[in-house]
Design a binder for this molecule. Structure first.
Ligand code: NAI
Length: 288
């Protein structure tokens, strides 16, 4: 069985570690911040406990998942991993420097994957000794519930790294779609106009709840405002600003004042208790 490494135990990293540990992979994880390392096992146990309470997991499966998880203090402990996924801060220099440190301790064949949302994979690979082993595996939030993983090679990624990364991620139960190394990959890019047109309608005076109701009745699983409330208006704004900058401020990725005002008001959605339409009469499911 391939060993999987996860660097960064925040929102995404902990969930990604759970995905692999739950699928039976020996999973080793770390974080630069000691409290994140110290609380990781408990946080994962709590997440697994909610699945047990919901009748979706057995206690045996929980115990097996936690037994597959090892929390490490140093990068040297990642030497035996086949695939290492970083989910650290969204900064190119931090990701480049992490991969440089990893390259000093892992064999040349170890695949180094980034979970970046907006940094070109080619930029992250530019300073690597072995750029052919670098690619993106972009998970969605929450990683345990969201089936999709976008797989993005840069121009120099090897076919072997691409194939093995796909095989391992599919074996962990995910649907893997290959994407171009372009800002926003596929989903975040296509989603921008969905939010944007809804925000434009809102600015024209149309109520958010009605826009959502129309889109859902038309067959979309979640309306644009329910989605922003679920993701967090601040995260949505950061993603839009990142994509807009990466696309030279193209009007297709315009940052709407209504979204900025929402963030400024502190009504970020579910996490703050109030959003564009949250709390709604019928709450969407987290994995919808
Ligand atoms: P987060 O802030 O929740 O977690 C990041 C973790 O990385 C923190 O615990 C921090 O202590 C740790 N860290 C920072 N620098 C480090 C380093 N050099 N070495 C080891 N650990 C380090 O961030 P989040 O939301 O989990 O995002 C992580 C990555 O995933 C980012 O690249 C982000 O763009 C991407 N992403 C985020 C999504 C989201 O919805 N939050 C969705 C998809 C991708």
């Amino acid at each position: 069985m391939h060993s999987i490494g996860i660097i960064g135990l925040g929102t995404m990293g902990l969930g990604i570690a759970q995905v692999f540990a739950q699928a039976g992979f020996p999973t080793i994880a770390t974080d630069a911040h000691a409290p994140a390392r110290e609380t990781a096992r408990h946080r994962m146990a709590d997440a697994l406990q909610s699945r047990i309470t919901a009748g979706k997991l057995t206690t045996e499966a929980r115990d097996a998942t936690l037994a597959n998880l090892q929390i490490a203090d140093t990068l040297a402990d990642f030497a035996a991993c086949t695939l290492i996924i970083e989910a650290i801060v969204e900064r190119a220099d931090a990701k480049q420097s992490l991969f440089a440190s990893l390259e000093a301790v892992v064999p040349a064949t170890t695949i180094l994957a980034t979970n970046t949302s907006s940094i070109p994979v080619a930029t992250i690979a530019a300073t690597a000794k072995h750029p052919e082993r670098i690619l993106a595996l972009h998970f969605f939030n929450p990683p345990t519930a969201m089936k999709l993983v976008e797989l993005a090679p840069h121009a120099g990624t090897s076919a072997q790294a691409l194939t093995l990364a796909r095989q391992i991620t599919e074996a962990a139960g995910k649907t893997v779609i290959q994407c171009p190394d372009r800002p926003g990959f596929i989903v975040n890019r296509c989603a921008r106009p969905y939010y944007g047109e809804a925000l434009a309608l809102l600015e024209e005076g149309h109520p958010a709840a009605e826009i959502d109701a129309a889109m859902m009745a038309a067959g979309y699983r979640l309306g644009p405002f329910a989605l922003i409330d679920l993701i967090g208006a601040d995260i949505n704004l950061a993603a839009t600003e990142g994509l807009s900058a990466a696309m030279q401020n193209h009007p297709r990725y315009r940052v709407f004042p209504a979204l900025k005002a929402q963030v400024a008001s502190g009504h970020l959605g579910r996490k703050s208790g109030q959003g564009f339409i949250h709390p709604a009469k019928t709450e969407p499911k987290a994995n919808a």
